[in-house]
Design a binder for this molecule. Structure first.
Ligand SMILES: [Cu+2]
Length: 79
């Protein structure tokens, strides 16, 4: 079990094995931040020996940039 936490989002999402894919509790969705940027995150649940290495960043971009990123990667996976 993990808990993905981005302090600037004021949001934390527990990640628990076995939760169905359509369960809203599986979403990591932020709708309250209105600026772009890169935000540091970490696991907030003492999950194991490598817990201290569970650092990540989340990049918030404009919708058009996100759509372009997805389109580029979908095109790349079709090759
Ligand atoms: Cu952890």
């Amino acid at each position: 079990m993990h808990s993905f936490w981005v302090p600037e989002f004021l949001f934390k999402r527990d990640v628990i094995p076995g939760i169905p894919e359509d369960n809203p509790g599986r979403k990591f969705e932020i709708t309250t931040l209105d600026r772009t940027g890169t935000f540091a995150g970490r696991c907030a649940e003492l999950c194991g020996v490598d817990h201290s290495r569970m650092l990540f960043s989340v990049k918030l971009v404009p919708q058009a940039e996100f759509d372009q990123y997805i389109a580029t990667h979908q095109a790349g996976s079709a090759q």
